[in-house]
Design a protein around this ligand. Structure first.
Ligand SMILES: [Mg+2]
Length: 266
Protein backbone atom coordinates (compact mmCIF):
# COMPACT_ATOMS: atom_id res chain seq x y z
CA UNK A 1 0.00 0.00 0.00
CA UNK A 2 1.19 3.51 -0.82
CA UNK A 3 2.39 5.33 2.28
CA UNK A 4 2.38 9.11 2.52
CA UNK A 5 4.31 11.00 5.16
CA UNK A 6 3.05 14.39 6.29
CA UNK A 7 5.62 16.24 8.33
CA UNK A 8 5.95 19.47 10.23
CA UNK A 9 9.29 21.25 9.77
CA UNK A 10 10.28 23.47 12.73
CA UNK A 11 11.00 21.41 15.81
CA UNK A 12 10.20 18.19 13.94
CA UNK A 13 12.17 17.53 10.76
CA UNK A 14 14.28 20.61 11.52
CA UNK A 15 15.84 21.39 14.87
CA UNK A 16 13.82 24.13 16.57
CA UNK A 17 16.86 26.27 17.37
CA UNK A 18 19.36 25.85 14.58
CA UNK A 19 17.12 24.32 11.86
CA UNK A 20 19.55 21.46 11.30
CA UNK A 21 18.34 18.21 9.74
CA UNK A 22 21.51 16.14 9.41
CA UNK A 23 20.11 13.29 11.49
CA UNK A 24 17.28 12.85 8.99
CA UNK A 25 19.31 12.78 5.76
CA UNK A 26 19.97 9.03 5.43
CA UNK A 27 16.30 8.23 6.10
CA UNK A 28 15.13 10.91 3.65
CA UNK A 29 17.29 9.26 1.01
CA UNK A 30 15.65 5.90 1.65
CA UNK A 31 12.16 7.43 1.51
CA UNK A 32 13.03 8.97 -1.83
CA UNK A 33 14.34 5.69 -3.19
CA UNK A 34 11.17 3.92 -2.06
CA UNK A 35 9.03 6.69 -3.57
CA UNK A 36 7.32 7.54 -0.28
CA UNK A 37 5.98 11.10 -0.65
CA UNK A 38 7.32 13.45 2.02
CA UNK A 39 4.80 16.26 2.33
CA UNK A 40 5.93 19.29 4.30
CA UNK A 41 3.05 20.58 6.37
CA UNK A 42 4.26 23.73 8.03
CA UNK A 43 3.74 27.33 9.10
CA UNK A 44 6.60 28.22 6.79
CA UNK A 45 6.06 30.22 3.59
CA UNK A 46 6.16 28.80 0.09
CA UNK A 47 9.52 30.55 -0.40
CA UNK A 48 10.95 28.76 2.67
CA UNK A 49 9.42 25.47 1.56
CA UNK A 50 11.15 25.88 -1.81
CA UNK A 51 14.44 26.35 -0.01
CA UNK A 52 14.11 23.14 2.01
CA UNK A 53 12.71 21.14 -0.91
CA UNK A 54 15.87 21.99 -2.81
CA UNK A 55 18.15 21.35 0.17
CA UNK A 56 16.58 17.98 0.93
CA UNK A 57 15.83 16.96 -2.66
CA UNK A 58 12.09 16.62 -2.06
CA UNK A 59 9.78 16.93 -5.05
CA UNK A 60 6.41 16.18 -3.45
CA UNK A 61 3.48 18.54 -2.77
CA UNK A 62 3.71 20.80 0.26
CA UNK A 63 1.37 22.64 2.60
CA UNK A 64 2.38 26.20 3.46
CA UNK A 65 1.42 28.93 5.91
CA UNK A 66 -0.21 26.56 8.41
CA UNK A 67 -2.60 25.07 5.88
CA UNK A 68 -3.19 28.30 3.96
CA UNK A 69 -2.47 26.64 0.64
CA UNK A 70 -1.37 23.38 -0.93
CA UNK A 71 1.29 23.54 -3.61
CA UNK A 72 1.29 20.60 -6.00
CA UNK A 73 3.97 20.30 -8.67
CA UNK A 74 2.53 20.36 -12.17
CA UNK A 75 1.78 16.88 -13.52
CA UNK A 76 2.47 15.31 -10.11
CA UNK A 77 -0.87 13.57 -10.32
CA UNK A 78 -2.01 11.96 -13.55
CA UNK A 79 -5.44 13.65 -13.44
CA UNK A 80 -6.44 17.28 -13.37
CA UNK A 81 -8.30 18.98 -10.54
CA UNK A 82 -9.40 22.44 -9.56
CA UNK A 83 -6.53 24.74 -8.64
CA UNK A 84 -4.81 28.00 -9.40
CA UNK A 85 -1.80 27.78 -11.69
CA UNK A 86 1.26 29.45 -10.23
CA UNK A 87 4.63 28.94 -11.85
CA UNK A 88 5.23 25.21 -11.98
CA UNK A 89 2.61 24.54 -9.35
CA UNK A 90 -1.06 23.90 -9.13
CA UNK A 91 -2.16 25.69 -5.94
CA UNK A 92 -5.21 24.92 -3.83
CA UNK A 93 -5.88 27.99 -1.67
CA UNK A 94 -7.66 27.63 1.66
CA UNK A 95 -6.53 30.67 3.62
CA UNK A 96 -7.23 34.36 3.96
CA UNK A 97 -4.93 36.87 2.32
CA UNK A 98 -1.94 38.34 4.11
CA UNK A 99 -3.41 41.84 3.73
CA UNK A 100 -6.60 40.89 5.59
CA UNK A 101 -4.62 39.18 8.35
CA UNK A 102 -2.36 42.17 8.84
CA UNK A 103 -5.38 44.43 9.06
CA UNK A 104 -7.02 42.28 11.76
CA UNK A 105 -3.84 42.21 13.85
CA UNK A 106 -3.54 45.98 13.62
CA UNK A 107 -7.12 46.39 14.81
CA UNK A 108 -6.55 44.04 17.75
CA UNK A 109 -3.47 45.98 18.72
CA UNK A 110 -5.43 49.22 18.70
CA UNK A 111 -8.39 47.75 20.59
CA UNK A 112 -6.37 46.07 23.35
CA UNK A 113 -3.02 47.83 23.53
CA UNK A 114 -1.35 44.40 23.46
CA UNK A 115 2.29 44.25 22.47
CA UNK A 116 1.99 42.38 19.20
CA UNK A 117 4.80 42.37 16.66
CA UNK A 118 4.20 40.68 13.34
CA UNK A 119 6.80 39.64 10.81
CA UNK A 120 5.40 42.42 8.65
CA UNK A 121 6.40 44.95 11.34
CA UNK A 122 9.96 43.69 11.41
CA UNK A 123 12.85 44.15 9.02
CA UNK A 124 14.53 41.06 7.60
CA UNK A 125 17.44 41.77 9.98
CA UNK A 126 15.10 41.83 12.98
CA UNK A 127 13.39 38.60 11.94
CA UNK A 128 16.84 37.07 11.41
CA UNK A 129 17.96 37.98 14.94
CA UNK A 130 14.72 36.87 16.59
CA UNK A 131 14.24 33.62 14.72
CA UNK A 132 17.94 32.76 14.66
CA UNK A 133 18.00 32.76 10.86
CA UNK A 134 20.44 34.33 8.47
CA UNK A 135 19.15 37.41 6.66
CA UNK A 136 18.59 35.52 3.42
CA UNK A 137 16.36 32.97 5.16
CA UNK A 138 14.61 35.73 7.10
CA UNK A 139 13.66 37.33 3.80
CA UNK A 140 12.06 34.04 2.72
CA UNK A 141 10.26 33.83 6.08
CA UNK A 142 8.78 37.28 5.52
CA UNK A 143 7.20 36.29 2.20
CA UNK A 144 3.95 35.30 3.86
CA UNK A 145 0.83 34.88 1.77
CA UNK A 146 -1.84 33.17 3.90
CA UNK A 147 -0.52 33.55 7.44
CA UNK A 148 1.08 36.12 9.70
CA UNK A 149 3.44 35.06 12.47
CA UNK A 150 3.75 37.33 15.45
CA UNK A 151 5.28 37.76 18.87
CA UNK A 152 2.76 38.23 21.67
CA UNK A 153 4.69 39.99 24.41
CA UNK A 154 2.05 39.78 27.15
CA UNK A 155 1.42 37.53 30.16
CA UNK A 156 0.14 34.06 29.27
CA UNK A 157 -3.30 34.72 30.86
CA UNK A 158 -4.02 37.42 28.28
CA UNK A 159 -3.80 34.81 25.55
CA UNK A 160 -7.52 34.06 25.99
CA UNK A 161 -8.46 37.65 25.14
CA UNK A 162 -6.20 37.57 22.11
CA UNK A 163 -7.69 34.28 20.91
CA UNK A 164 -11.26 35.59 21.35
CA UNK A 165 -10.48 38.78 19.45
CA UNK A 166 -9.01 36.83 16.55
CA UNK A 167 -12.04 34.55 16.47
CA UNK A 168 -14.45 37.52 16.62
CA UNK A 169 -12.82 38.95 13.54
CA UNK A 170 -13.42 35.71 11.67
CA UNK A 171 -9.89 34.35 11.72
CA UNK A 172 -8.07 31.54 13.48
CA UNK A 173 -4.96 31.39 15.61
CA UNK A 174 -2.35 28.74 16.26
CA UNK A 175 0.74 28.65 18.40
CA UNK A 176 3.79 26.99 16.91
CA UNK A 177 7.00 26.32 18.79
CA UNK A 178 8.17 29.90 18.55
CA UNK A 179 5.47 32.23 17.22
CA UNK A 180 1.74 32.77 17.24
CA UNK A 181 0.07 32.65 13.85
CA UNK A 182 -3.10 34.27 12.59
CA UNK A 183 -4.71 32.76 9.51
CA UNK A 184 -8.00 32.23 7.72
CA UNK A 185 -10.42 29.95 9.56
CA UNK A 186 -10.54 27.57 6.62
CA UNK A 187 -6.80 27.33 6.61
CA UNK A 188 -5.75 24.48 8.78
CA UNK A 189 -3.20 21.79 8.38
CA UNK A 190 -5.88 19.14 8.87
CA UNK A 191 -8.07 20.31 6.01
CA UNK A 192 -5.08 20.56 3.72
CA UNK A 193 -3.95 17.05 4.70
CA UNK A 194 -7.43 15.67 3.96
CA UNK A 195 -7.62 17.30 0.53
CA UNK A 196 -4.19 16.05 -0.39
CA UNK A 197 -4.93 12.57 0.95
CA UNK A 198 -7.97 12.40 -1.36
CA UNK A 199 -5.75 13.29 -4.32
CA UNK A 200 -3.24 10.61 -3.36
CA UNK A 201 -6.11 8.11 -3.08
CA UNK A 202 -7.36 9.03 -6.53
CA UNK A 203 -3.89 8.32 -7.85
CA UNK A 204 -2.92 5.22 -5.88
CA UNK A 205 -6.13 3.70 -4.51
CA UNK A 206 -5.70 2.97 -0.82
CA UNK A 207 -3.02 4.96 0.96
CA UNK A 208 -1.70 4.92 4.51
CA UNK A 209 -1.02 8.35 6.00
CA UNK A 210 1.51 9.07 8.73
CA UNK A 211 1.87 12.49 10.35
CA UNK A 212 4.69 13.82 12.54
CA UNK A 213 4.68 17.03 14.54
CA UNK A 214 5.76 18.63 17.80
CA UNK A 215 3.36 21.40 18.80
CA UNK A 216 -0.16 22.80 19.00
CA UNK A 217 -0.36 23.85 15.37
CA UNK A 218 0.18 20.22 14.37
CA UNK A 219 -2.92 18.89 16.11
CA UNK A 220 -5.23 19.23 13.05
CA UNK A 221 -2.67 17.42 10.92
CA UNK A 222 -2.25 14.66 13.51
CA UNK A 223 -6.03 14.23 13.68
CA UNK A 224 -6.24 13.92 9.90
CA UNK A 225 -3.79 11.04 9.48
CA UNK A 226 -4.08 7.35 10.26
CA UNK A 227 -0.86 7.19 12.22
CA UNK A 228 -0.13 10.35 14.21
CA UNK A 229 3.24 10.76 15.93
CA UNK A 230 4.86 13.33 18.17
CA UNK A 231 8.52 14.08 18.67
CA UNK A 232 9.75 15.50 21.97
CA UNK A 233 10.22 19.24 22.27
CA UNK A 234 13.26 21.08 23.61
CA UNK A 235 12.04 20.59 27.16
CA UNK A 236 12.25 16.84 26.61
CA UNK A 237 8.47 16.53 26.80
CA UNK A 238 5.65 15.84 24.39
CA UNK A 239 2.81 18.13 23.52
CA UNK A 240 0.06 17.45 26.02
CA UNK A 241 -2.62 15.81 23.88
CA UNK A 242 -4.22 12.43 23.69
CA UNK A 243 -5.24 11.04 20.33
CA UNK A 244 -6.19 7.50 19.46
CA UNK A 245 -3.20 5.60 18.17
CA UNK A 246 -0.74 8.44 18.94
CA UNK A 247 2.90 7.37 18.92
CA UNK A 248 5.33 9.33 21.08
CA UNK A 249 8.94 9.24 19.94
CA UNK A 250 11.66 8.96 22.57
CA UNK A 251 13.80 11.61 20.94
CA UNK A 252 13.35 15.28 20.12
CA UNK A 253 13.25 17.02 16.71
CA UNK A 254 14.96 15.31 13.75
CA UNK A 255 16.14 12.34 15.86
CA UNK A 256 12.57 11.68 16.95
CA UNK A 257 11.45 12.09 13.34
CA UNK A 258 13.89 9.39 12.22
CA UNK A 259 12.54 7.11 14.93
CA UNK A 260 8.96 7.58 13.67
CA UNK A 261 9.86 6.96 10.03
CA UNK A 262 11.87 3.84 10.91
CA UNK A 263 9.03 2.46 13.01
CA UNK A 264 6.13 3.08 10.65
CA UNK A 265 7.53 3.29 7.15
CA UNK A 266 10.93 1.63 6.77
MG1 LIG B 1 6.77 22.58 14.83
Amino acid sequence: MKQVLFTDLDGTLLDLYDYSYDAALPVLKTLKRRKVPVVFCTAKTSAENEYYRKELGIEDPFIVDNGGAIFIPENYFSFSFECKKRGNYCVVELGASYKELRKALKEIKEETGFKITGFGDMTAEEVAADANLNVEKAKLAKEKEYNESFIFDEPKEKEVILFDKIKDKGFAVTHGGRYYNIHGKNADKGKAVKILTELFKREYGEVKTIGVGDSMNDIPMLKAVEQPALVKNKKGAWLDISLPNLYKAQNEGPEGWVEVVRRFIL
